[in-house]
Design a protein around this ligand. Structure first.
Ligand code: HEC
Length: 270
């Protein structure tokens, strides 16, 4: 179809009719204003308003991300983005903050440790250009966390946060503390908590942590019953598969075994 269209454009040009410029890629999402929340010198939490332009002035680059394309089952996406480690140099973190909480417009709540930001050289996209706009789900808007090409973090939902409205500096231990307590000393439950933290919590909140894009799993399933455990696994497969209409293919990030560990963890809630 594209070829036919281009042929038609060439024909127009041949007849000396000026052609409108045809963008190679459809840009999605709008320019947004967002907040960066951190403690001021007196320790009070304080929100700065940032614009896309101000962010881009830190050193914007055009990049691609095979990691993003793979998770979205698309190819050749392009981004205008800035380095998160460059952004971090703008803030003096004096209260032991070691993570960035990512609050999103769609009730998704991401979180990245600052160690991961440096380890994988994570970027933040202010513009997203897809080959076809029809492959864009509603939630895919800037700001978007990106794994740049050449970096290979584990394949997880964690590195896919989009639609960000606020970046907030927090302490990882404080954030996860209520969830760690529930895991206790069981290695299986602890492993399950890690899987949940890396792939599920962003949408299925627990103990006031995480997002509420999805349902609260503990309200729908009683994990002390085998029947409910199996029902959860079935519902997960029916919803989070690769053809999910909203591109929420979470199944690609977890094995059946890892889901078993998630159940070992969720069983500990009373
Ligand atoms: C991007 C957000 C997101 C992530 C990440 C996510 N989910 Fe979901 N999940 C949803 C939404 C949205 C639904 C469907 C709507 C609903 O039932 O709330 C859903 C549905 C489900 C269902 C089916 C519920 C039902 O009533 O049919 C299960 C089970 C589930 N998720 C488990 C998980 C597990 C386990 C993980 C991590 C391995 C996970 N989800 C990760 C958003 C997410």
């Amino acid at each position: 179809m594209k070829q036919i269209f281009c042929g038609f454009m060439t024909l127009l040009l041949a007849f000396g009719i000026s052609a409108c410029s045809v963008p190679e890629k459809a840009e999605v999402g709008e320019q947004r204003i967002f907040r960066i929340t951190h403690a001021d010198s007196a320790g009070r939490m304080f929100s700065e308003i940032w614009t896309t332009l101000k962010l881009e002035s830190l050193g914007m680059r055009e990049i691609s991300s095979e990691y993003f394309d793979r998770a979205m089952h698309i190819s050749d996406s392009r981004f205008s983005a800035i380095s998160v480690s460059r952004l971090l140099t703008e803030f003096a973190l004096k209260r032991g903050e070691d993570a960035v909480l990512l609050n999103c417009f769609d009730d998704y709540q991401g979180i990245l440790s600052i160690a991961d930001v440096y380890r994988y050289d994570l970027w933040l996209a202010t513009k997203i250009k897809l080959v076809s706009e029809s492959s864009k789900p509603d939630w895919l808007n800037p700001l978007l966390i990106l794994v740049p090409d050449g970096q290979q973090p584990p394949f997880q939902e964690r590195f896919m946060t989009a639609n960000i409205r606020e970046l907030k500096f927090v302490r990882l231990n404080d954030y996860y503390a209520p969830l760690e307590k529930i895991a206790g000393t069981s290695p299986k439950a602890q492993e399950g908590l890690e899987v949940f933290k890396n792939n599920c919590l962003f949408c299925h909140s627990l103990k006031g942590r995480g997002g509420n894009k999805g349902i609260r799993l503990l309200e729908v399933y009683d994990f002390s019953y085998k029947f409910d455990q199996m029902r959860m696994l079935g519902d997960f497969k029916n919803f989070h598969h690769k053809n999910n209409l909203d591109k929420q293919d979470v199944e690609q990030f977890v094995t059946q075994e890892k889901l078993g560990r998630v159940i070992d963890y969720l069983k500990n809630f009373d």
